[in-house]
Design a protein around this ligand. Structure first.
Ligand SMILES: NC(=O)c1ccc[n+]([C@@H]2O[C@H](COP(=O)([O-])OP(=O)(O)OC[C@H]3O[C@@H](n4cnc5c(N)ncnc54)[C@H](OP(=O)(O)O)[C@@H]3O)[C@@H](O)[C@H]2O)c1
Length: 248
């Protein structure tokens, strides 16, 4: 599949990485990009870059009615980019209650699942196409100071594998993107090293062209993925030192 002339939908398009996805799709020649946000006013600057190609859509991914409405407006997509997500930098034990952990599961896992289920028939009718799910390296090794987010992204990785298996027969390529820290959005306050948002979207879109299922954008994620193959326990022990500040 090529990016040129594809019709893409990006969730969380007003967010840090979402804007880079829209921009990269446009510069690589996508025919149309549905830019989705909970508040469409937040998309004004992005849409103004190319109103003939960038179409704003209101979308709350945890609300099945909102997703249904988006499906009815976007019947021609060939590339679905599940980019929307939340993370609250909370420990599993240190968190004062479960409200944020529930929200991470609600958005990162259930919201992504709702969108995949709703758009699977659309992709089928459009010759299969592709889905990119924004996962994270912390899906593979829990980062304790963001422990509940890590667990929610592990669920997102598992759903990506299951959706991939179920949609293989309709020819839909399902891609997991697993970066470490990105220098944008929720990664802004994190320490170096970081991968640039341009590099993340470049590698993710290239995976669509090359038919690659699992993408580790940037040096840090590639090194961690290699370490997980060689000695997963040693990586778990290193990452385990990054504890939440209020751990008992
Ligand atoms: N930045 C990193 O270091 C990093 C690393 C690995 C993976 N990721 C993943 O990459 C993706 C993008 O992250 P980012 O850094 O760009 O984060 P961000 O700047 O916080 O953007 C998140 C986007 O998701 C949207 N969103 C949140 N909840 C939603 C919901 N219920 N329905 C619809 N949209 C919703 C937000 O919309 P609102 O403006 O309405 O809140 C925002 O547009 C996320 O899935 C994240 O987990 C990020």
């Amino acid at each position: 599949m090529q990016i040129e002339n594809c019709i893409a939908l990006v969730t969380g398009a007003n967010g840090g990485l979402g804007q880079y996805y829209v921009e990269a799709l446009r510069s690589q020649g996508a025919a149309k990009i549905y830019a989705c946000a909970r508040n469409p006013d937040s998309l004004a600057n992005l849409v103004a870059k190319d109103p003939s190609k960038i179409i704003p859509i209101t979308l709350e991914i945890t609300d099945e009615q909102s997703v249904k409405q988006a499906v009815s407006l976007c019947q021609d997509i060939t590339l679905l980019i599940n980019n929307a997500g939340v993370g609250f930098n909370q420990g599993l034990i240190a968190a004062t209650d479960l409200s944020k952990a529930r929200m991470e599961i609600e958005v990162n896992y259930l919201g992504t699942l709702i969108v995949c289920r709703a758009f699977a028939p659309v992709l089928k009718q459009n010759q299969g196409g592709a889905i990119i799910n924004m996962v994270s390296m912390v899906a593979r090794v829990n980062l304790p100071f963001n422990g509940s987010y890590s667990a929610s992204k592990a669920a997102t990785l598992s759903l990506t594998q299951g959706v991939r298996a179920e949609l293989a027969s309709q020819g839909t390529l399902v891609i997991a993107v697993l970066p470490a820290t990105i220098d944008i959005g929720m990664g802004k306050s994190y320490p170096e090293p970081k991968v640039s948002p341009e590099e993340v979207v470049r590698e993710a879109l290239q995976a669509v062209v090359d038919g690659v299922e699992d993408v580790y954008p940037g040096e840090q994620a590639k090194q961690m993925a290699a370490q997980l193959l060689k000695d997963p326990k040693s990586l778990e022990k290193i990452v385990a030192m990054m504890l939440p500040t209020s751990t008992p």
